[in-house]
Write a protein that binds this ligand. Structure first.
Ligand code: DP6
Length: 361
């Protein structure tokens, strides 16, 4: 499908009041999206595992606007009115105006909460933007008189992508791909697609324990990080390498090769941070404890032959990846040896999840 296919086609129903709510998860990329072209088009394809425990719950109330009335958008974060958080939602609504013009006809009350601490350094944009896009799609669905699931979720992913690239992948459970890649038929730069066929069951229950290394906001935002790729000496080779890794990862997922999966995840994570450190305006998002954890994980793996690996997002936190069969052993290792590196000993036990859940109101 192309961009014009996502323009709203016409109203069947015109309710005065509607309320919609969704819970949507975060995701962790194995092949990373880092670098974009123009308006939220990824410079390379990416593949992520959808998480479960880390999620955002968003509820949107819509009240028909009288003509001449100025549109009101009220935003509540974790029960409190929070206009500063609302700014992101507001600019998202402006950006998707062409695809959902009916949003201007309503006053909106947006209530949102995260399952993870706000200052944890866990990016909330993937779960937050996907939850909001799904809430807007539930309104659209009602106005349009009903869509099939395929179109509903595809357009939700299309809209979520405009809010935040990685959010496009959170629309689908288990494993999702965003960005065109010849090995993934149906893949698109405009929306994510689920990647479920030929994935070995070991990855359906994969664990991701997120070690919270550093609270507080990052010194460089992802937006600035993506932009740094525009004049980066290694950008082209990075995009080529990401393409190669997508092809490798597809085969690894089919084979259920956990060691190859973990090694690829680690290489991608280190390459992401190497790109940050090798750009025209270098920056470092890892902290000393990030490196301490990486070293400890690699050492533990070597000494105990346990399949445990790490990946990183654009921040200092470390995601510890491992299959279910070694769960107890790895949790003991984390408690015994890694917790000392976490801020306030905080970590979140997450795993692969089934994707967003519509909330009953
Ligand atoms: C390192 O999706 O946060 O987590 O599209 O500007 O909102 P925007 O960027 P964002 O970038 C995520 C970068 C990453 C890798 C990934 O999730 O693929």
């Amino acid at each position: 499908m192309e961009t014009p296919d996502f323009v709203f086609k016409g109203i069947q129903n015109s309710p005065e009041h509607v309320k919609t709510a969704w819970q949507s998860p975060s995701n962790i990329a194995i092949v990373k999206y880092w670098g974009k072209i123009g308006d939220q088009i990824p410079a390379n394809a990416s593949l992520s595992l959808t998480l479960d425990a880390c999620h955002t719950r968003t509820e949107v109330g819509y009240r028909k606007r009288e003509s001449g009335e100025k549109q009101q958008i009220n935003f509540f974060f974790e029960g409190k009115e929070a206009p500063e958080f609302g700014q992101k939602s507001f600019s998202f609504i402006q950006k998707i105006r062409g695809f959902q013009p009916f949003l201007q006809d309503y006053h909106l009350t947006i209530k949102t909460e995260n399952s993870f601490p706000h200052s944890s350094g866990i990016a909330s944009s993937a779960s937050g933007m996907s939850a909001l896009a799904l809430c807007f799609m539930s309104l659209e669905n009602e106005l349009a008189g009903g869509y099939d699931d395929d179109f509903f979720f595809r357009k939700a992913s299309f809209l979520a992508r405009i809010g935040s690239g990685s959010a496009s992948r959170s629309i689908y459970g288990k494993t999702a791909v965003w960005g065109e890649h010849h090995d993934f038929i149906q893949s698109s730069n405009l929306y994510a697609v689920p990647h479920r066929e030929n994935v070995h069951p070991v990855f359906d229950s994969f664990n991701d324990v997120i070690l919270l290394i550093h609270e507080g906001s990052k010194s460089v935002s992802s937006t600035a990080g993506h932009a740094a790729l525009n004049h980066h000496p290694f950008a082209e080779s990075r995009y080529r390498e990401a393409g190669v890794n997508m092809g490798l990862l597809k085969n690894i997922l089919t084979a259920g090769d956990v060691a190859a999966f973990g090694e690829l995840a680690e290489r991608e994570a280190l390459m992401l941070h190497a790109l940050m450190m090798a750009g025209p305006q270098p920056f470092i998002l890892m902290k000393p404890n990030t490196l301490a954890v990486i070293t400890a994980v690699q050492e533990f793996r070597k000494q105990t032959q346990t399949p445990v690996y790490f990946t990183l997002d654009a921040g200092a936190n470390v995601h510890i990846l491992f299959p279910d069969e070694v769960r107890e052993k790895v949790l003991n290792f984390i408690e015994g040896e890694l917790v000392v590196y976490c801020e306030n000993k905080q970590y979140i036990c997450d795993r692969v999840g089934n994707g967003p859940v519509k909330q009953q109101l």
